[in-house]
Design a protein around this ligand. Structure first.
Ligand code: CAA
Length: 285
């Protein structure tokens, strides 16, 4: 049985958090967005306004609905402002200590039955929830990048997740316009368990076959029907995010294909993170 959700909180308004907040306001939910610095929150609001305005320009959203959606987003730099939220989705930095700090602080603020959802790529939701007094309120909601466009959300049941908490997260995923799939808290969940070693293989092929990123991307797009090639995808996801996820999965599964190839580690050390840094496999304005 799922519970009613009226207000949601989003902690961390980077690319993923801003995308999730955009989905929430578009779905008619009152949304409180938290960032450590309000200026970064304002940047997220501008990003959301930009994408909603593109929809208005393309005739898929009325200007009044855009304005109402933007008005549903309240920004804060104080976690205490999330007290009224029925569900809080954290999209903070992918680091267990950071997630522990956020979850621990949130539990002291939100209502006893409020749900805490982790949007993690590769960390264990069970481990994240281990700091909670009531770990049954924690669940994984793993969105894909770019969140407003990718139709999937993985609903991850941790070791102690309550049945109604998972059901509420599933229903929320549907309300946000996504196709939710349910799974247990295993390393990489469903998609990353497959996608991370696959992308690593793609990068290894760059050197093995001496193929350029552009030709490799053309290969997978034209020869395998991918919507974008692996190098463009790694630039979109972020080399830092991918390397971190690969290392986390390798640590847990010990499968060599999970470990990030040296070429990606070199790119990370050189600050070639993809779109976010202006250079990855490709360069960006
Ligand atoms: N947020 C909101 N809206 C956006 C957006 C964003 N980040 N990016 C684009 N849009 C909007 C824009 O308004 C755009 O229209 P305009 O260009 O007219 O403004 C509109 O969406 C369509 O954009 P595109 O023309 O770029 O769309 P497309 O048809 O080329 O599809 C894509 C883009 C959905 C990204 C597609 O290329 C695709 O599916 N790529 C694969 C992405 C993928 O595999 N993601 C998963 C990564 S793995 C992951 O996320 C897991 C993890 O844990 C790391």
């Amino acid at each position: 049985m799922s519970r009613e959700v009226r207000t949601i909180g989003v902690v961390g308004l980077g690319a993923m958090g801003a995308g999730i907040a955009q989905l929430a306001v578009e779905a008619g939910l009152e949304t409180v967005g938290h960032e450590l610095e309000l200026s970064r929150g304002e940047q997220a609001r501008e990003r959301i306004a930009h994408f909603l305005t593109r929809k208005v320009e393309k005739g898929t959203l009325a200007a009044g609905d855009r304005d109402a959606a933007i008005a549903r987003l309240r920004l804060t730099d104080d976690l205490a402002s999330l007290a009224e939220c029925d569900v809080v989705i954290e999209a903070a930095f992918e680091d267990l200590a950071v997630k522990h700090q956020v979850f621990g602080a949130l539990e002291r603020i939100v209502a006893p039955d409020a749900i805490l959802a982790a949007n993690t790529s590769a960390l264990s939701v069970t481990e994240i929830a281990s700091v909670l007094v009531r770990p049954e309120r924690a669940v994984g909601m793993h969105f894909f990048n770019p969140a407003p466009l990718m139709p999937l959300v993985e609903i991850v049941r941790a070791e102690r997740t309550a049945t109604d908490v998972a059901a509420t997260a599933h229903a929320l995923g549907e309300r946000l316009g996504k196709t939710p799939i349910d799974c247990f808290d295993t390393p990489g969940f469903v998609v990353n368990r497959v996608l991370i070693p696959l992308l690593n293989d793609c990068v290894r092929v760059l050197d093995e076959a001496s193929v350029s990123p552009r030709d490799l991307d053309a290969g997978l797009e034209r020869g395998a029907g991918w919507p974008m090639g692996p190098c463009a995808l790694l630039d979109l996801v972020g080399v830092d995010v991918h390397v971190h996820a690969g290392e986390a999965l390798y640590e847990k599964l010990r499968e060599p294909r999970m470990a990030p190839p040296p070429r990606l580690v070199r790119m990370l050390k050189a600050g070639k993170l993809g779109r976010k840094s202006g250079e990855g496999f490709y360069t960006y304005d």
